[in-house]
Ligand binder design. Structure first.
Ligand SMILES: NC(=O)c1ccc[n+]([C@@H]2O[C@H](COP(=O)([O-])OP(=O)(O)OC[C@H]3O[C@@H](n4cnc5c(N)ncnc54)[C@H](OP(=O)(O)O)[C@@H]3O)[C@@H](O)[C@H]2O)c1
Length: 254
């Protein structure tokens, strides 16, 4: 198993799905983790579980749309654990699907703030903390949607996730010489609350499975394994990448 022994990691979106699976996996790999999301009571339950398994975990709840929250999250991490090695910026939302001609500017802005501006704010405060040690790994959860695949009625989501890939590439070049790696992780369909929000009916679920080469969607733990790789020194020469972990949804035409 890949180890993250004594690495200090922030994981956002850790109250469910991919972030929750990653919190458990990273703690089990030896990391000291700070878990983040808005639903504090769920985070506290997750932390209790992880601590019972011997993991080192702290909780800081808040909204990734807030600049103050990002500043506080990094300060809290440094106060608790003394350094920051990895940030898995994974929190995200699907937003209200609909035709672009009927989308309100408010809905557009809200999704951009949640999925894309949050990435800028995270980097703004996380990178200076990592530069103290001249090393670090930032990971942004993007998506195949907006990169290899267009879906109707998902324009804001697609634009926000594609924007994260641009941010990733720019930051990788801006800070690579100072030991900071930056990568985007692009999951395919993954069995989480978000996938159920996309469509809960048997018909939609069958459609989604069938557009993947593997004819299934991922378990959140499978995506967490790839995040673990990007977080760890095993991916020491990987930066600026848009890493597809998508069950072949990007290549499947059958
Ligand atoms: N599931 C898929 O098929 C799929 C495919 C490709 C990419 N992704 C991406 O994977 C990431 C994780 O999603 P998931 O599938 O694991 O879905 P999920 O179970 O719905 O998790 C979303 C997480 O983001 C947090 N979050 C949402 N808005 C937030 C906000 N404003 N401030 C702080 N935290 C916020 C949620 O926590 P709270 O509600 O407690 O705040 C939750 O922990 C997302 O970025 C998503 O776009 C998912």
């Amino acid at each position: 198993m890949i180890k993250l022994t004594d690495k200090v990691v922030i994981i956002t979106g850790a109250s469910s799905g991919i972030g929750l699976a990653s919190a458990k996996l990273f703690a089990n790999a030896g990391a000291k983790i700070v878990i983040a999301a808005r639903r504090e009571s769920i985070l506290q339950d997750v932390a209790k579980d992880i601590a019972q398994q011997g993991g080192e975990v702290r909780v800081m709840a808040g909204d990734v749309c807030s600049e103050q929250y990002h500043r506080n999250l990094v300060e809290f991490t440094l106060a608790e654990f003394g350094r920051l090695d990895v940030a898995f910026n994974n929190a995200g939302a699907l937003g209200r699907p609909g035709p672009v001609t009927e989308m309100s500017l408010d809905d557009w802005h809200t999704l951009m703030q949640t999925n894309l501006t949050s990435g800028f704010l995270a980097a703004k405060y996380q990178i200076p903390a990592m530069l103290r040690n001249q090393s670090g790994s930032l990971i942004f959860t993007s998506s195949f949607v907006g990169f290899t695949t267009g879906f109707p009625l998902q324009s804001a989501y697609a634009a926000s996730k594609a924007g994260l890939i641009g941010l990733t590439k720019a930051l990788a070049t801006e800070f690579g010489s100072q030991g900071i790696r930056v990568n985007a992780l692009l999951p395919g369909g993954t069995n989480t609350d978000m996938a159920r929000e996309f469509g809960d009916s048997e018909e939609v679920q069958t459609f989604v499975k069938n557009i993947h080469a593997l004819k299934r969607i991922a378990a959140p733990e499978e995506i967490a394994q790839s995040a673990l790789y990007l977080a760890s020194d095993m991916s020491g020469f990987t930066t600026g990448s848009a890493m597809l972990v998508d069950g072949g949804v990007s290549v499947c035409k059958t």
